[in-house]
Design a protein around this ligand. Structure first.
Ligand code: SF4
Length: 374
């Protein structure tokens, strides 16, 4: 397909497609799906090899938010059956973070519900970072605390925050439909402030909230224009008790096309498969690893993900390797080092340890009194 040849040529040079080309990726048919994934995979491997970065979420403060983001189970008026609690103590957060780093996470993302932190909250987070660094000195810390003042951004950087995460979520045009208590411009401003303070900017989107293809392309181009270093791509988790609880408009194929579009627009940027992957990609999750170079390990803020062990097995089975702590994620020209880390060009070993745990003798159906498996 001519389109894909063009996109790969541009992606390998670190260039973005035009808006029309990005829209055309979203309009490709299921017949072309594997070609789209393969093309995005070439761009992914050029900049990130076969490495997968693992990120681990620690929800420092859950629920009871005064904002009204309609996709969020922690929003004002949410009746979602989620855990609600106030700030974890530093040692409690450090224990959760340590579970993530022991599971292979290279980055720990410290998240708190709310419009934005008070200065006291920022100090709590600084103490939490200190506690985490005692047990995991190499871990990258990302903070995600809402709208920030320039002074708070500077304080977080000084406290050891490597990256600040604040999603744009959807296009500027669509933003007023999903949230009325703050605006798109507020979010853009916080992303800018985090960069200006010297933190790596992490900002992404949520797909499946009633947006058009044009909205998706708009938000991804807005992220590219902000020059963010990582782009988490979430697929709406329609929580009962939230306004979008009955919004279910994604297919696994559409999710892959959205991921591919993001990869082409942001070829040399960390593209992270984020919330909703299990419920929307389902059996196609391993294909997504050919497009993204980063995922969340384990659970999300208020919902459970697949077991961390299953994530690690999926990565290995699909022929990818977990990125090691202390190594760089981004290509050299974006502040990282060249992608020549262990496992980069390594093929899978010819033999595997015996996995007898995967073999289950049949004890149902023909020859038994139990119902067959169908
Ligand atoms: S996304 Fe953040 S600001 Fe919006 S309702 Fe949820 S916790 Fe509050």
């Amino acid at each position: 397909m001519e389109l894909l040849i063009t996109l790969v040529e541009k992606g390998l040079r670190g260039h973005s497609p035009t808006r029309e080309e990005a829209l055309a990726v979203l309009a490709t048919s299921d017949d072309d799906l594997l070609d789209v994934v393969a093309a995005a995979g070439k761009v992914r491997r050029k900049w990130f090899g076969r490495r997968v970065k693992l990120n681990y979420l620690v929800n420092l403060k859950s629920g009871l938010c005064p904002e009204d983001c309609s996709y969020c189970s922690q929003r004002l008026g949410s009746t979602a059956d989620i855990l609600t609690y106030s700030w974890l103590k530093p040692h409690e957060a450090a224990a959760v973070a340590e579970a993530g780093t022991k599971g292979g996470a290279k980055r720990v993302c410290l998240v708190a519900s709310g419009r934005g932190p008070t200065d006291r909250d920022v100090e709590r987070v600084a103490s939490t970072i200190e506690a985490i660094k005692q047990s995991s000195p190499e871990v990258e810390i990302c903070a995600c605390l809402g709208l920030l003042s320039p002074q708070q951004a500077a304080r977080l950087r000084d406290a050891g925050v490597h990256a600040y995460s604040h999603n744009l979520n959807t296009s500027e045009d669509q933003y007023g439909k999903i949230c009325t208590t703050h605006g798109f411009a507020d979010r853009v401003e916080t992303v800018r402030r985090s960069r200006e303070a010297g933190m790596s900017a992490c900002s992404g989107l949520i797909a499946g909230m009633g947006e058009s293809d044009a909205d998706l392309v708009d938000v991804v181009f807005a992220l590219r224009d902000l020059d963010v270093d990582s782009v988490p791509v979430n697929f709406l988790i329609p929580f009962p008790g939230t306004p979008l609880s009955r919004t279910w408009e994604l297919t696994p194929q559409r999710c892959l096309r959205i991921l591919a579009m993001v990869r082409f627009v942001c070829p040399d940027v960390e593209v992270r498969l984020a919330g909703g992957r299990e419920i929307h990609l389902r059996g196609l999750q391993p294909l997504a690893l050919h497009i993204v170079n980063s995922i969340f390990l384990g659970d999300y803020l208020t919902s459970e993900g697949q077991p961390g062990k299953a994530d690690l097995e999926m990565i290995k089975d699909a022929g990818f390797v977990v990125e090691e702590p202390g190594s760089a994620t981004l290509p050299e020209h974006r502040g990282g080092t060249a992608p020549t880390q262990p496992g980069e060009h390594r093929d899978a070993p010819a033999t595997e340890p015996a996995r007898t745990d995967l073999v289950t003798p049949r004890r149902r159906g023909a020859g038994t009194d139990l119902a067959p498996n169908a």
